[in-house]
Design a protein around this ligand. Structure first.
Ligand code: F6R
Length: 242
């Protein structure tokens, strides 16, 4: 695990964008794994800028998002499909047919999980996976104690995740209780991983991920075994490291 500590979240996002852009320049038909959430917003803004000002070309890129809320249609304002369209896809020259987000409104969710795995395999696997980190150490929506070998599956969201993500839903009652998420095994199969974690709320999770045992209680710790994982922190989130 390579650990890079930047002064601010902005600097961390710019570095993350640089790593992703490098991959796209080296391999124009790269398969990118993408995350949603507050952490990567600035990173996506920077990729949009690179597309507009530097001609960064996404025309042959394929993407797979980590997760989606169960029950939300792609056009729901809080769906992760909508998040991706608004923060990235609508502003770059990507072919929307090559962008994949699990279908949270699929009639048969188990079949959708299997199909998502098959789509990733058919695309040749993920070249570079972008991750955020939950306050409880989750990656994707793999909450603590889920199997480290899991494949795309349906996860029950933890109380802490409900609390952290409910603000955008207005109230807790409106928030979905389940999500489809790539499994930890799916994530770890990516050939390269970049995880971003910023701010004081992530201190504990960052410590557990980097210095704790490789254990399902901190899903992020699975990255310890990955041959090419980079963790980008800011000074606040790195504050507890020895
Ligand atoms: C998002 C995802 C989650 C987030 C994590 C951190 O697709 O899979 O694991 O990365 O919950 O969220 P933020 O960035 O909002 O702190």
């Amino acid at each position: 695990m390579e650990i890079i500590i930047q002064k601010t979240p902005d600097a961390g996002c710019l570095l993350g964008a640089k790593i992703m852009a490098k991959k796209v320049r080296e391999k124009p038909d790269a398969v990118l794994g993408l995350a949603t959430g507050r952490t990567p917003e600035r990173l996506y803004g920077e990729l949009v800028r690179m597309h507009r000002e530097e001609g960064l070309d996404f025309s042959q890129v394929t993407t797979f998002n980590l997760d989606e809320y169960v029950g939300l249609s792609p056009d729901h304002p809080q769906s992760y499909r909508r998040f991706m369209n608004e923060h990235l896809f609508d502003h770059i020259n990507i072919d929307l047919a090559r962008t994949h987000v699990p279908a949270g409104d699929a009639a048969d969710l188990q079949a959708e999980c299997r199909a998502y795995e098959q789509r990733i395999a058919a695309a040749g696997g993920i070249d570079l996976q972008l991750l955020g980190l939950g306050r409880n150490g989750h990656i994707g929506f793999n909450e603590p104690t889920g199997s480290l070998r899991s494949r795309t599956w349906i996860k029950i969201l933890s109380e802490q995740t409900l609390e952290d993500n409910s603000a955008v839903f207005g109230d807790m009652a409106a928030m979905p209780r389940h999500a489809i998420s790539m499994g930890i095994g799916t994530i770890i199969d990516a050939r390269q991983i970049v995880l971003l974690a910023f701010g004081p709320a992530k201190v504990r999770a960052v410590m557990d991920m980097i210095e704790g045992p490789l254990a399902a209680v901190c899903p992020g710790s699975a990255l310890q075994q990955h041959p090419r994982a980079t963790v980008v922190l800011d000074e606040a989130s790195a504050g507890g490291l020895r």
